[in-house]
Design a protein around this ligand. Structure first.
Ligand code: PLP
Length: 420
């Protein structure tokens, strides 16, 4: 069993194997078992009553009281221990895990918006999120306004005010770095805007989808975000073998999010929760290998004569405002990059079709390197003029760098590029 008197400054990666679990709960098992059960027996009727009072918010939890196990839609040890471990990376008070990144995102937006509200969101967004915002939320009377990484604070404020809904701003939602261009949003600037439209009774919430860089290299809560969201399908899961999501924030926020999760029933199951705990043990090791590989791959690409441009955080020119945001918000350039080949769709497809080690697939953050064509795949339904404005062109290839040997990834890219 992990001893309770560990020093405070112990790092998350040192705790991922044991935190929040006690082997005495399970016959001395060193690893947390899979609690594959739908329901939990109460020791007494009084316990059952007390657990429900807290779960349904009929009374406040006493300071030292834990929410007892009731039913796996509300709570389950595999979910709770996973949530406690995820909190460590972002130094968050609380966490709620979901059966997908999309269900995490949808639950946050449904909980914090109501008909008549205004939602501000950064562009480009993950395709599913963009669709949910523009085709679902708008049906329910929510007005949505897109903003870009290059909009200034004044321009954004002007957009809010000219909508006539400045009293109704509910959420500023953003994805940074943006997929697939790696454009960066300034979270602290958005906090200032949110505060300007908040008052004692109403706080404008800032929600950041941190899937691309978290939870290792970016911690949005430190920069003024209220809510951090992950598709745990990506780096957190890290093996391209599950779908899951997570939301982090204060006890108050996660209390509300878990309330809606209970009624939508979109929590993860115990098996996925257990797989994610296993993934978390190697999160830092995996992501560091991927990051180091990406440095070498980016260097190779930028010097290749069939490559026109590389979209990689490590290449943002010093002295630009994007560079300032990069230095402030991120501790690494990450392992996601895109590049433009010389030519167009035909040349990009030629490279993709000739890759031998790197697989042609969407998704990202897994142990294997993946390549795809944003223009016709992940961003196929973004209108052409918007794609052009954001720099998503037919010649662009997106690469999620894996844990293979960097020389082998580079060999594969080199032989595929030579086919152009
Ligand atoms: C994949 C992804 C999502 C959606 O997550 P799912 O787990 O597939 O539901 C949301 N945001 C970003 C940035 C993603 O990459």
């Amino acid at each position: 069993m992990i001893k309770k008197d560990l020093p405070k400054n112990i790092k998350p990666e040192s705790l991922m194997m044991s935190y929040g679990y006690q082997s005495e709960w399970s016959e001395g098992a060193v690893k947390c078992p899979i609690f594959q059960t739908s329901t939990f027996a109460f020791k007494s009727a009084e316990d059952g009553k007390a657990f429900f009072e807290v779960a349904y918010g009929l009374r406040e939890k006493k300071p030292d009281e834990n929410l007892g196990l009731i039913y796996s839609r509300l709570n389950n040890p595999d979910l709770e221990i996973l949530e406690n471990r995820l909190c460590l990376w972002d130094k968050s008070e609380a966490c709620a895990v979901f059966e997908s990144g999309m269900s995490a995102i949808a639950t946050v937006l449904l909980e914090y918006l109501q008909p008549g509200d205004l939602l501000l969101y950064s562009k480009p967004l993950y395709g599913g999120t963009d669709h949910f915002i523009n085709h679902f939320l708008t049906k329910y009377g929510i007005t949505v306004i897109g903003i870009h990484a290059d909009h200034t604070q004044e321009e954004i404020i002007e957009k809010i005010e000219s909508s006539g809904l400045q009293d109704k701003l509910g959420v500023i939602y953003m994805e940074t770095p943006a997929n697939p261009t790696n454009a960066l949003m300034d979270i602290a600037m958005c906090r200032k805007i949110a505060d300007q439209f908040s008052n004692e009774n109403h706080r404008v919430q800032i929600a950041v989808d941190n899937t691309y860089m978290g939870p290792l290299w970016s911690h949005p809560l430190e920069h003024g975000a209220d809510i951090v969201i992950y598709s745990a399908t990506k780096y957190i899961g890290g093996h391209s073998d599950l779908i899951a999501g997570a939301v982090l924030g204060s006890n108050e926020i996660i209390g509300r999010i878990k309330g809606l999760r209970t009624f939508l029933g979109n929590m993860t199951g115990p098996w996925t929760g257990w797989l994610l705990m296993r993934s978390l043990e190697t999160l830092k090791a995996r992501m560091e290998i991927q990051m180091n590989n990406a440095v070498k791959v980016a260097d190779f690409l930028i010097n290749h004569d069939k490559v026109e441009k590389v979209f990689y955080l490590g290449f943002i020119p010093e002295g630009t405002s994007q560079y300032e945001i990069y230095k402030k918000q991120y501790s690494s350039a990450g392992a996601m990059l895109s590049f433009d080949v010389v030519g167009g769709e035909a040349e990009a497809f030629k490279v993709l079709n000739n890759l031998k080690l790197i697989q042609l697939a969407v998704s990202l953050g897994g142990t294997e390197s993946l390549a795809e064509h944003p223009y016709t795949m992940t961003h196929a339904d973004v209108p052409v003029d918007q794609k052009q404005a954001m720099g998503i062109t037919e010649k662009m290839i997106r690469l999620s760098v894996g844990v293979e040997n960097a020389d082998d990834i580079i060999w594969d890219l080199e032989q595929a590029l030579s086919k152009i």
